[in-house]
Each structure stands twice: as structure tokens, then as C-alpha cells.
Design a protein around this ligand. Sequence first.
Ligand SMILES: *Cc1c(COP(=O)(O)O)cnc(C)c1O
Length: 381
Amino acid sequence: MSENQPTTAQPAAQSDRIPVRVRPEIAGLPRYKQGKAAAADAFKLSSNEVPFPPLEAVLDAITSTAAEAHRYPDGAALALRNTLAERNGVTPERIHVGAGSVALLSQFITAAAGPGDEVVFAWRSFEAYPVLVTVAGAVARPVPNLADGSHDLDAIAEAITDRTRVVIVCTPNNPTGTIVEREAFEAFLQRVPSDVLVLLDEAYREFVTDAAAIDGIPLLDAHPNLVVLRTFSKAYGLAGLRVGWAIGDERVLDAARNAAIPLSSTAPAQQAALAGLAHADEVRVRVGVITERRDALATALREQGWFIPEAQGNFLWFGLGEHTEAANEVFVAHGIVGRVFAGDGVRVSIGEPESVEPLLAAAAEIITSLPAAHPAREAVR
Ligand SMILES: *Cc1c(COP(=O)(O)O)cnc(C)c1O
């Protein structure tokens, strides 16, 4: 496996020998690494969190649930599903709420793909995909991105076999920031067998400003095999509470509900999400601040000479290849803590206004001190 492939099959080191028998593919999984804790004076830009504290209404909603903490939550998250259903013009049966969209991904993959089945997704993309596929007992089929960091939809369609049960499309793609365009996605759906589940992961949808980008929800009626995943972790700033949602065909969602761990979506999470939705206009203002900062940063970096892929999430991608570690030392020296993907690149979230200057200073220093790391030099197809 090359460095740019998911690392799901590394054998555990001898010293890690487990005292009980566990599935070898589980023992071989890399330990999930959270975004690094930043030094007190550094900016933690490693987890695509927004830099804003929760809205007042969200804090009130969380507090109001505290006195009921001895009660189980509403496992069906009915109030939240009703609101999401109303806003999206569907019945509540077509909404499913989970403890973050990563929990939903796990449920859908587990529901559809078992041992020997295959799950196709672009790579590099969200780190959780290959892990969740392996945990389900299925086989990951990563398909390399194009040179500009975007999904290679033709190659993804060609990678589908009669063993394929799930295809995951991530737009904007974490970590490269690229989108899938509406027309290309509709043509792609025509090439996917109608009994193969397509998971459209739109965790960053609220940050998209490119009008050509796909919005999966209007396609759901025509494609019962399509499920769209959204989250309150990113634009809504509720990463610490764990709440995401899926929208799609009721029967497909029922399969995920059957694969769910019961009662894992908590009352504070559900109430905070409802409060966020009730103040969606304030959320939109915050998102606007982030997307403006993102676009200004991308422009400034390109003027420095960087190749920055189309950035439509709340983060930027530096495709540094073998220079990743050396370049990251420069970022860290400037107080910028991004997410490092060894041998591949560094993803930096759009953070506080004070983080802009040190980020640009670090990037300028990398250009001069490590000219070979400068991705613009590499031909872009
Ligand atoms: C952050 C992220 C998610 C999910 O986050 P949750 O906090 O579990 O809702 C899903 N997909 C992608 C691509 C992400 O970056």
C-alpha cells in the first residue's frame, strides 16, 4: 500500500499483543488520532471546528435539559426530526438522527456491507471511512483523487463491482475542500446500480458558495438508493455534543436505525440542535464570516504561489507530499496547529481572525525555505 492509501491493514506490533482473541483486522487498525491539543498560545486548526462559542440560545437549551439527566433521552429524537422534516419538506420518517454523522456513517455501512462486501470511496477523504468499513467486516475500495484533489467520479463508477454495497461521496471533500458538481453527480448516479447505497456526505454543505455544487436533498425523490448526511458539528458549532442527521428513503433509514446503538443521541444534543435551527440566521452570519476569511486566505496563498485546491469547506488543503513533516514544523513554529496527513499534506481549518497573519507568514516561509514543497510546481491535470 502506498502512503496515500488508507492504512487499515497494518499488523499490530508484537509488544501490542492483545491478551484475548480479537478480529485481526480490528487489531490492525490505526488508533484514531484526534486533532492535536495546541500549545496555549497556538491556534488549534486541526479539527474543522468553528472558532465561535455556542450561541446564547444553545447554552440555555443545554442547561434546561440538565434537571432531566436521570431520564433517558427520546431515542427517536422526534422533536428534532419533526423540525428537520418540516424544513426539508419531507415526513419525519425520512429523517434519522444520530450521535454525529460519523455514527450514521457507521450504521449505514454496517447495515449494507458485511464480510466480503465492498465499499467504494474517494481517497484521500474522511479518515473515518476505511476504519468504519473494516469494523463492519467489509472491504474498503479507495479510489485516488484527481491531481486537483477532487473526486474521480469516472474511476469511482468503474470501481463498482457486484460485491459493492455502498459508495461514499464526500462534498466538499475533507480534507481537500473540493466539491462535486450537480451535473457530474447526476450523471454519476445513473452509473450506480439502483440497489447500491450511495452515501452523500455533506458535512460542510453550509460553507459551500459555489453555485455549481451538488445539494443532494432535491435528488432524493428520484433516487431511493441515495442518502444525504448532514451534521451540527461544523457550521452549527456543536461538535462537542455529537449530533448529525440523515435524510433519505424511509426503508433505507429503517435499516440504519436497526443497526444503531439505542439511545445514543442525548437530550442536550437534541435540544441544542433545535436551538441552533431556531437561530439559523445567526448561524448563517457566522458561516459568512468563515467563508469570507477562507476565500481571502485562499487568494492570498495563491498569490504567494501555492496551489490550493478549490476550498468550499471551512478549511484549506496544503498538498505537500513528502515535504509534509518539514512544512508542518514551520506551521507549528508559527503557532498554527493543522491536521497532518503523513506523506500527503496538511489541512488547516479557518479559525480566529488572529490566526490569519501567522498562517500566511508560515506559508510564505515554507515557500522560501522549502521550495520543493511548493505544490504549484507540480503539474495539475
Ligand atoms: C466532521 C465530519 C463528519 C462528521 O462529524 P460528526 O461530528 O460525527 O457529525 C462527517 N464527515 C466528514 C467528511 C467530516 O469532515
